[in-house]
Design a protein around this ligand. Structure first.
Ligand code: PLP
Length: 397
């Protein structure tokens, strides 16, 4: 059988398996102590005050849009070069998605393009921005916070690609993705191709106690269990006259929420993986360095940045001529490179909402050339040399 090299892959150790087995043998399958442990460890890892574990990254985005109160008619700006979920969360709440274009050097949402949108449409009912730490490169949120404050907007940082990544702020301080110092909320995914796998899973981080409490309720049907927050009175709650305390069974559903919980055994896997997160980034950065050195003087590469400080390297993207030819050639040899992303505004769903080709030329140009090379911690040197060799072979012969 041909040796297959995918673009991304989870890394499960015996320690991970033992953690999950232990969770399966414990008292709770869901809502157990490992979820709280995962939340607290993850918050510490990214440097945020609060973390809320959820069933996946898309649920995290949906809860964020709900907690921030996105409503029909309101507009939110994001990048076309992302997984569609970054934009879809706005649509779940009936809001309108407006795209900015990317910076062709960083592939990230260009803050100048966002500023232009806001200045050209002063009565546009814009409420927020969703920048994405695409490929693992951290967005400069200091710049975005200034912009958001100027226009009265919130920020959701989509950090699915960048747990452990950071940017360096204007004072020279490392600002880790999801630390909540600039964005109101940040989200992560624990899908197997991401840095930390829990099967399906996601996390929200924030420094706002108010948003944190809203998220906890929305994650579980809008139910609160706290004597101080109840609106029905104790005699109704206890179905007994002249009682002024709430019985132990009592709870209230106070708003329309969902079931977006994660299970305890998924949290066990997440916790176990989180312990190796920094090790994984080091391996990813070593792979990025090897790719960079292999290709830096090759003419067939249109664009490739050096190895960047704070980049978590979820993806290693290069831009090339004859991308289709290269993609097919690699596939023939068992190397399953991938394209990230088909611009979101040109997905049929978004075209049907009025977005069209030519709207975001830099994103569309990027899409014509981009290809993500295999990048995951267990990709060994021989495999990586095989990938590099096949790419050179394609362009040279
Ligand atoms: C993976 C991903 C998501 C969605 O996460 P799921 O856990 O798959 O729902 C959202 N945004 C980005 C940028 C992603 O890469």
């Amino acid at each position: 059988m041909k040796h297959i090299i995918p673009y991304g892959k989870q890394h499960i150790t015996q320690g991970d398996i033992d953690s999950v087995v232990e969770a399966l043998q414990a008292d709770y399958l869901t809502q157990g102590p490992r979820i709280l442990e995962f939340e607290s460890n993850f918050a510490k890892y990214v440097g945020a005050t609060y973390a809320v574990a959820v069933s996946n990254g898309t649920a995290a985005l949906h809860l964020n849009a709900l907690a921030l109160g996105v409503e029909p008619g309101q507009k939110v700006i994001t990048t076309p070069i992302t997984f569609a979920a970054s934009a879809n969360c706005v649509r779940y709440c009936g809001g309108e998605v407006v795209f900015g274009d990317i910076d062709p050097d960083t592939y990230l949402l260009d803050s100048n393009s966002v500023r232009k949108i806001l200045e050209n449409d002063p009565n546009g009912n814009y409420v927020g921005i969703i920048p994405v730490d695409f490929a693992g490169r951290a967005v400069d949120l200091e710049v975005y916070r200034k912009l958001a404050d100027e226009f009265g907007l919130w920020i959701i940082e989509d950090s699915c690609h960048s747990p452990g990544g950071y940017f360096v702020d204007s004072k020279g301080v490392r600002q880790h993705c999801g630390n909540g110092n600039f964005a109101d909320l940040a989200i992560f995914s624990f899908h197997p191709v991401k840095h930390i796998a829990s099967g399906e899973g996601g996390m929200i981080t924030t420094n706002s106690e108010e948003l944190y409490n809203k998220l906890l309720a929305l994650r579980t049907h809008g139910i609160v269990k706290n004597d101080e927050l109840y609106t029905n009175d104790p005699s109704f709650a206890s179905a007994s006259k002249d009682v002024d305390t709430y019985p132990a069974w009592y709870m209230e559903m106070q708003e329309l929420g969902y079931n977006y919980r994660i299970t305890d055994f998924q949290a066990a896997l997440g916790n176990s993986q989180l312990k190796r997160a920094d090790e994984g980034i080091e391996k990813r950065r070593a792979i990025a360095t090897r790719y960079y050195n292999a290709f830096k003087s090759e003419k067939f590469i249109k664009s490739q940045s050096g190895v960047i400080e704070g980049h978590a390297y979820h993806l290693y993207v290069i831009e090339v001529d004859d991308r289709l030819g290269l993609y097919n050639y690699l596939r023939e040899h068992g190397v399953f490179a991938q394209i990230h992303y088909i611009p979101c505004h040109l997905m049929p769903y978004y075209r049907n909402l009025g977005h069209k080709e030519g709207d975001y030329p830099k994103s569309e140009e990027y899409y014509r050339n981009c290809i993500s090379l295999p990048m995951y911690p267990t990709l060994n040197e021989d495999e990586q040399e095989f990938v590099i060799g096949k790419i050179k072979e394609f362009y040279v012969s």
